[in-house]
Design a protein around this ligand. Structure first.
Ligand SMILES: [Zn+2]
Length: 401
């Protein structure tokens, strides 16, 4: 059997996925005997995709696993931090710093950035969808749009960003949750009759599988929903995946289905909405009676965050290329409104425009290749994200008032 088009973990660790110019640069530095020169490198971004005001930092745990054993010290904001790219005074705010001899970690730049840029984009989009859903239930269903080798990273990032569950067993294993899913159209088409399909799904699925069925394959959503409620005792939910050609007002359709199920005493049967949902459509449907949103492409194909790694100190001297601010910088953040600033002094006293003292939020993560604390669970990181999203949600709600 021929191999698939994926890099193995060994390929990544051995630097075979790096940009070749790093490899060539290291050879030059070694030839000049400059291998031992110590540098400090910071990770930051000049701006965020689509004018996002903040991003959820994600991928740090994977970077630490990649860097374990290399001669580096790593400092950064905790994974799951809602981070802003720039201080109001101009400098970029670093969220990760790596210190050591350049030749000891330089060849990892491509892989480190790839992990952070991609994971943070997905986590940020999930967080934005969570806010659009007024902090309601979200499921990540978008793996089918991306290469399957990425499923664990995509699912973990979506979950950390705020999704409540993921569809793939491998992603669910990584985050320590059960995989979530409903019923595909294919099952109903294969059986050829919706009621028979509901009955068969109920009869032949393990008792732990939630009884959630798809009600729009052949019939009208409202009547399909009532039929599903009738056929499956203890039905937990119905999924509406109404195609665009039939959608009209999806919001009104959902309101009608909710109303009619309530009229028939099925108040406890949930409505799950899926089908091309994004931030805007979730916002439009929020409050219409949807209990859970299944979100696909808009999260899995989220824009990548354009982070870069820049050398800011060499042998204790501040350096930088044109357009960047030199010197080792520390990130500060207001605990009340989550605005950020930066300072060269980690003990600086910075006050937010709201009057509250900002906190220096960087922590030490690795010392000479050894982790300084054990890995956090995906749940802990996700809870950190949710706490911050509630702050943002409250601030946004107050602005609306
Ligand atoms: Zn503040």
């Amino acid at each position: 059997m021929q191999s698939l088009f994926v890099a193995t973990e060994e390929d990544i660790r051995q630097g075979r996925t790096m940009d070749v110019y790093f490899q060539r640069s290291l050879a030059v530095l070694k030839a000049l005997d400059l291998e031992e020169i110590r540098v400090k490198a910071e990770f930051s971004a000049g701006s965020l995709p689509s004018d996002w005001p903040w991003a959820v930092i994600c991928g740090t745990e994977e970077v630490l696993r990649l860097m374990e054993g290399l001669p580096v010290d790593i400092y950064g904001v905790p994974e799951g931090t809602l981070w802003r790219p720039r201080s109001s005074r101009g400098p970029r705010i670093p969220f990760l710093n790596i210190e050591g001899s350049y030749c000891g970690f330089g060849e990892m730049e491509t892989s480190i950035l790839g992990m952070l840029c991609h994971s943070s984009g997905v986590a940020t989009k999930a967080a934005r969808c969570k806010l659009a859903a007024e902090m309601g239930h979200l499921m990540a269903f978008g793996n089918r749009r991306m290469h399957p080798a990425l499923a664990p990273m995509l699912d973990r990032s979506a979950y950390i960003g705020g999704c409540d569950g993921v569809a793939s067993p491998i992603g669910a294993d990584l985050i320590g949750e059960e995989a979530l899913g409903t019923v595909p159209h294919a099952l109903i088409l294969m059986i050829g009759d919706e009621v028979k399909a509901y009955q068969a799904f109920h009869d032949h699925s393990h008792s732990a599988v939630p009884r959630i069925v798809l009600v729009d394959t052949y019939s009208d959503e409202r009547f399909g929903a009532l039929e599903a409620c009738r056929v499956i005792p203890g039905l937990e939910g119905i999924r509406l995946d109404t195609p665009g050609s039939r959608r009209g007002s999806f919001r009104e359709l959902i309101q009608e289905v909710r109303w009619e199920m309530d009229m028939a005493s099925h108040q406890d049967v949930s409505i799950i909405a899926t089908g091309g949902l994004d931030e805007d459509s979730i916002r439009q449907l929020s409050g219409a009676g949807v209990d859970s949103f299944g979100v696909g492409t808009s999260i899995s194909n989220a824009p990548t965050v354009d982070f870069s790694m820049d050398l800011v100190e060499k042998e204790g001297e501040p350096i930088s290329k044109r357009g960047k601010f030199s010197g080792r910088k520390y990130p500060f953040r207001c605990p009340r409104c989550l605005l950020m600033d930066v300072s060269l002094d980690k003990d600086d006293e910075i006050h937010c425009q709201c009057g509250v003292a900002m906190e220096m939020i960087e922590v030490r993560m690795m010392e000479n290749g050894r982790r300084t604390s054990s890995a956090e669970s995906a749940q802990e990181i996700r809870n950190r994200v949710l706490r911050q999203l509630r702050i943002i949600h409250d601030i946004d709600s107050n602005h609306k008032i």
